[in-house]
Design a protein around this ligand. Structure first.
Ligand code: ATP
Ligand code: MG
Length: 287
């Protein structure tokens, strides 16, 4: 699978209008993709074991999407095989009063993964240039006037770019996914949530109300992606009308980054080797 088709590493390279949320899926063999997905889960398990043991870098996975695009399912399926001790999932919802009393990056900084761990951000600081932009939330936020300028989002794109560069330069790998579904597909998924009693809990009236702003959201996504795609923090725009395809692409991208890190189990030094031999002796001679 040529993942590069979906990878954006430079500014102004993403054209939303030309993007098809069904891209490639019609010509794919679903069963073969599912089989490859299972193989990837095994591969990821082995890689993560080494990554955790080495503890030299951290990986930050940012997931962004409209409601029902499949973020939660992707986390559940793609990370199915990894050691839970090495993964931290953080959800970023509407900020609390305490969060609002800080700058917008604050709550995300607190949740950054330490070395050896994979951090998953289910939504992220990107909400502050997405939902905030769509609804101009900043205008009613408790900010000094000098911050409420028309170029607030331009400034934030730069802040985010700098923040991600800082993380990269200090040992964090970042990959960002935008799960892209069509408006029709979202409606189908909401209708399923309504029809299935066990899925009713997933639907909220605000999810449906936000559909009015679909085009504004897409514009905000396009601007955000085009302003923050870099070599060190690329975006993957994932065609997500088919969950099985989206999950497979996500697993491929995560494996690629772990392979690129190429983690190794730490080698023990002479002193530790001696200590291990001593322990072996003690255990063998135990009565
Ligand atoms: P799901 O709906 O599948 O449970 P979710 O990620 O959509 O998952 P929600 O409980 O719906 O979770 O909460 C997310 C909501 O919070 C979204 O509507 C999102 O736009 C909003 N949100 C997140 N960050 C911010 C922010 N910084 N400012 C305003 N709203 C935000
Ligand atoms: Mg929601």
């Amino acid at each position: 699978m040529n993942l590069d088709k979906f990878k954006i590493t430079d500014i102004n390279k993403f054209n939303f209008k030309a993007f098809d949320p069904d891209a490639q899926t019609l010509s794919m063999d679903k069963q073969a993709v599912l089989e490859n997905g299972k193989i990837n889960i095994k591969k990821m398990k082995l890689l993560q074991d080494r990554f955790y043991a080495e503890g030299k870098e951290s990986v930050l996975i940012v997931l962004q999407a409209m409601d029902a695009a499949g973020k939660d399912g992707a986390i559940k399926h793609v990370m199915a095989g990894v050691n839970p001790q090495g993964v931290e999932v953080s959800n970023f919802k509407k900020p609390t009063d305490i969060e609002n009393a800080h700058d917008y990056l604050w709550r995300c900084v607190k949740a950054l993964p330490p070395k050896g761990k994979i951090g998953i951000f289910n939504r992220s600081y990107y909400e502050d240039v997405l939902v905030n932009r769509v609804h101009s939330l900043y205008k009613n936020q408790n900010l000094p006037d000098r911050c409420k300028t028309d170029d607030i989002f331009e400034k934030r794109y730069n802040q985010i770019k700098n923040f991600e560069e800082y993380l990269w330069e200090n040992g964090t790998r970042i990959i960002k996914f935008f799960f892209c579904i069509s408006k029709d597909e979202q409606k189908k998924r909401f209708m399923k949530r309504i029809a299935d009693k066990n899925k009713n809990w997933k639907l909220s009236d605000s999810d449906v109300a936000e559909r009015k702003y679909w085009d504004d959201y897409m514009e905000a996504y396009e601007l955000a992606i085009n302003s923050t795609a870099t070599q060190y923090a690329p975006w993957y725009v994932i065609p997500s009308n088919k969950k099985w395809f989206a999950r497979y692409l996500v697993s491929e991208a995560i494996i690629k980054i772990l392979e690129d890190i190429n983690p190794k189990y730490p080698k023990v030094g002479k002193e530790k080797e001696k200590m291990i031999l001593k322990c072996k002796d003690i255990l063998k001679n135990e009565k």
